[in-house]
Write a protein that binds this ligand. Structure first.
Ligand SMILES: O=C(O)c1ccccc1NCC(=O)[C@H](O)[C@H](O)COP(=O)(O)O
Length: 205
C-alpha cells in the first residue's frame, strides 16, 4: 500500500513547495510557541494559500486556547487539525474539522484504551514519549509496542529519518509516516536531499 507522508515543522514557502515536489501528502505547521519550528498563523495561512490542491495542511496544537486554534483554521477551509496535547474528544470535535490525535508512547499506557477515547479521530499519530517535550523529540520508540489492528489509521512518528523510514514502513505498515527533525538542515529549515530521500524511502515499498 502506498504509505502517506507528512512533513512536519514547515516554516516557509520554499520548504513547503519543495516537499510537495517530492511527493509529500501532508504538511505540518507547529503552533506551539515553545517549539523552534513555531510558525505564525499569518505566515502559515499565506503558505497554505499557495499549496497545490491535493496537499493536506495540518495545524498542530498542544493544549491551545480556542482563540489560538480559530485564529489559524479560520484562515483556510483546508486545515486538518493535529491535537498533540491532552485535548478531549469533545474539544477535538468542537472545531468541526477532520483531526488527528497524537498519543505519546509512555511506558505502561494502554494505547488501545487511549485510542478508543477518540472515536471521531480521522487518524491516530503515535509518537515518542519524552518528559516535558510534547513532540519533535527526534527519538524513536519501540515499534514492537504498537498494538496490532488499531481501530484507526496509524500515523507513525518519532525519530524517523531517511535511514530508518524504509524499515519503519516494512515493520509497522502504517497508513502514514511523519517526520520533523529527521529531514532538517537546522531547526525549522528542511534539507532538500533529506526530504527527497525520506519520501522516496517511505514510498519505495
Ligand atoms: O515538531 C515540533 O517541534 C513539535 C513541538 C511540539 C509538539 C509537536 C511537535 N511536532 C509534532 C509532530 O508531529 C512531529 O513531526 C513529531 O513529534 C515527530 O518529530 P521528530 O521526532 O522530530 O520527527
Amino acid at each position: 500500500m502506498n504509505c502517506q507522508v507528512k512533513i512536519c515543522g514547515i516554516t516557509n514557502l520554499d520548504d513547503a513547495l519543495m516537499a510537495c515536489r517530492y511527493g509529500a501528502d501532508a504538511l505540518g505547521f507547529v503552533f506551539y510557541s515553545k517549539s523552534p519550528r513555531y510558525v505564525s498563523p499569518e505566515t502559515a495561512n499565506n503558505i497554505v494559500a499557495q499549496l497545490p490542491p491535493f496537499i493536506t495542511p495540518v495545524a498542530l496544537f498542544v493544549d491551545a486556547t480556542h482563540e489560538e486554534i480559530v485564529s489559524v483554521i479560520n484562515g483556510s477551509a483546508r486545515w486538518m487539525i493535529q491535537f498533540h496535547g491532552n485535548e478531549s474528544e469533545a474539544e477535538c470535535c468542537s472545531y468541526q474539522r477532520p483531526f488527528m490525535k497524537a498519543l505519546r508512547m509512555k511506558q505502561g499506557d494502554d494505547i488501545v484504551a487511549l485510542v478508543d477515547q477518540y472515536p471521531s479521530a480521522s487518524a491516530i499519530l503515535l509518537d515518542a514519549y519524552k518528559p516535558d517535550v510534547p513532540g519533535g523529540t527526534g527519538e524513536v520508540f519501540d515499534w514492537s509496542l504498537i498494538p496490532k489492528n488499531l481501530s484507526k489509521p496509524l500515523v507513525l512518528a518519532g525519530g524517523l529519518t531517511p535511514d530508518n523510514v524504509k524499515q519503519a514502513v516494512k515493520q509497522v505498515a502504517p497508513y502514514a509516516v511523519d517526520v520533523s527533525g529527521g529531514v532538517e538542515l537546522s531547526k525549522g529549515l528542511k534539507s532538500e536531499p533529506k526530504v527527497r530521500a525520506f519520501i522516496g524511502g517511505a514510498k519505495s515499498e
